[in-house]
Design a protein around this ligand. Structure first.
Ligand SMILES: Nc1ncnc2c1ncn2[C@@H]1O[C@H](COP(=O)(O)OP(=O)(O)OP(=O)(O)O)[C@@H](O)[C@H]1O
Ligand SMILES: [Mg+2]
Length: 505
């Protein structure tokens, strides 16, 4: 017999100026159940989570929690009732301990003083109950890996006696073992009768962890079904409203002459990196978190201080002091860190897209900006990348995660660079839009550009790159081409700690 739902939404609707973000969505969640929520970028997933989590009120419709109608006025309200959102950008205070974060604002006291012994005891109990006994409640949060920070965030929710947990793209910054760990915790919570909603663009995760899958498109429910009755093809086609077959795409280019090379590049992370990319070539860099993949891209454009080694552009040694210098020379880097490094919040889409271009003096005559031209270029690239927004003037804050990512790409490509260094270009992007980005990458190479992309997604590296470097421990561990670009090789070399110096074809 099915227990009563712990949570129900009835005809939930949210209208923002110019957008119906969520349109008449009804769903229910039972205790002990994991409901997967999927849909393209901008489909309304995060909005739904925020309505349930008390971040903002619905325009229409209602929420029932444990059989009663509720109206949360704030996330704190929802949390007190037992509903918690575990954000991808974590909300912890890094200089405090695990225990202090779990009980923040509610530290147990005795005669006015914090009762430390009890604090640590309580924190230990909560961590143990949800299978996180390995975490030291005294550890300082700043020193923990991101996966453990997320566990602390979950423990914090549990300390409020949460009945419902909402996960919005929880794995986007986690590595394989951390994801496994998260799943173990989720299963444990499920056994304890918690209701869980899980949002992800990674369908393999949806199939592994969820009981039912709810598909949204343009803010509306398309279908909901038991996960066991769904297939990946079915979910994708219902999400995007069409069939998608071959999602990877290599284009028709033949790599030309070498455009950019590094020789013996070393800094605090990188160790003696020799790397190169040719014109009309797509180079993939694959490595685990901490392998030095991001550092390599940053070192090339002058965003890191080199210890030794050099960067050559068309055979000539260059020493960029700043990514702006690199941009001026036609080498553009697009950071994986959307929020921290790439976007300017509170600024409209078009201003974000033309930011680098203005810095390097494009759209300017005698110190005056040719604004009409600037806007035209932004409009063109928004269209090219399929940025979904009411207008070019919409603040990037109001875009869905995936659409923010597309703005980042537009910001790089608008400069028509010869060398494009993309760090995790498809993070947070839905399957349909990924296909467009793979095509775009191939087209750039077809036009003769040198394209380098770092990715943690093995299939996209294998599917899109003409040549692959694997990295581990700050070193390049292998260079793969042709049939040697396969899953087995890439995984083998990215786990290797000593360099093979090997080239496989
Ligand atoms: N605060 C806001 N103000 C205005 N529009 C918003 C706001 N929040 C979201 N939107 C719009 O509502 C729509 C749904 O966005 P939402 O963030 O829910 O999408 P999502 O399904 O989570 O997408 P993604 O997969 O890219 O994260 C989008 O068109 C978005 O631009
Ligand atoms: Mg979202």
């Amino acid at each position: 017999m099915n227990p009563d739902p712990v949570l129900e939404t009835l005809n939930l609707t949210k209208v923002f100026p110019g957008v119906i973000a969520l349109d008449d969505v009804s769903l229910s969640l039972r205790p002990g159940e994991v409901l997967g929520l999927v849909g393209e970028n901008g489909a309304g997933k995060s909005t739904l989570m925020k309505l349930i989590g008390g971040v903002y009120p619905p325009t229409r419709g209602s929420i029932r929690y444990r059989g009663e109608a509720v109206q949360f006025r704030s996330p704190k309200d929802a949390l007190d009732a037992g509903i918690s959102i575990v954000y991808q950008e974590l909300n912890l205070i890094s200089h405090l301990s695990v225990a202090e974060n779990i009980f923040i604002n509610r530290l147990p006291r005795r005669r006015g003083f914090v009762d430390w012994a009890r604090l640590y005891r309580e924190a230990e109990r909560i961590l143990a109950e949800s299978g996180m006994a390995g975490i030291d409640p005294r550890a300082i949060v700043a020193e923990l890996p991101i996966g453990v920070k997320q566990s602390v965030e979950i423990a914090k929710a549990l300390s409020y006696d949460a009945q419902v947990l909402l996960f919005d793209e929880p794995t986007s910054s986690l590595t394989g073992p951390e994801i496994e760990n998260l799943f173990a915790v989720i299963r444990r919570l499920q056994e304890r009768g918690m209701g869980i909603i899980y949002v992800s663009h990674h369908l393999d995760e949806i199939f592994e962890i969820t009981d039912r899958v709810h598909i949204l498109r343009d803010g509306r429910t398309v279908v909901e079904m038991p996960t066991a009755e769904a297939s990946e093809e079915l979910v994708v086609s219902r999400m995007v409203g069409r069939d998608i077959q071959d999602i990877y795409y290599k284009g028709a280019h033949e790599p030309g002459e070498v455009v950019l090379t590094t020789r013996g590049l070393s800094d605090s992370v990188l160790q003696n990196v020799d790397f190169s990319v040719r014109s009309a070539e797509v180079v993939g860099i694959y490595g685990l978190l901490g392998s030095g993949r991001t550092e390599l891209l940053k070192a090339i454009v002058g965003a890191r201080r080199l210890r030794s080694g050099e960067v050559l552009l068309r055979g000539r040694s260059v020493r960029f002091q700043h990514p702006q210098d690199a941009a001026r020379a036609g080498v553009i880097y697009s950071s994986e860190d959307r929020k921290g490094e790439n976007l300017f919040f509170g600024q409209p889409i078009w201003k974000n897209e033309t930011y680098i271009a203005l810095q390097i003096g494009r759209f300017a005559t005698l110190g005056f900006t040719r604004v009409a031209e600037e806007r035209r270029a932004a409009a063109e690239y928004s269209e090219k990348l399929g940025v979904k927004a009411p207008s070019l003037d919409t603040d990037v804050d109001h875009l869905s995660g995936g659409n923010q990512q597309k703005v980042c790409l537009a910001k790089a490509l608008i400069n028509d660079p010869d060398v494009i260094l993309l760090d995790e270009p498809t993070r947070g992007i839905d399957v349909g839009a990924k296909l467009e980005i793979y095509k775009l990458i191939a087209q750039l190479a077809d036009q003769g550009k040198a394209v380098v992309f770092v990715s943690s997604e093995l299939p996209e590296v294998i599917g899109c790159a003409d040549r692959v470097y694997t990295m581990a421990g700050g070193r390049i561990t292998a260079e793969l081409t042709g049939d040697a670009i396969n899953e087995e090789n890439v995984l083998k070399y990215c786990l290797q700690t000593t360099p093979s110096g090997g080239t496989a074809t």
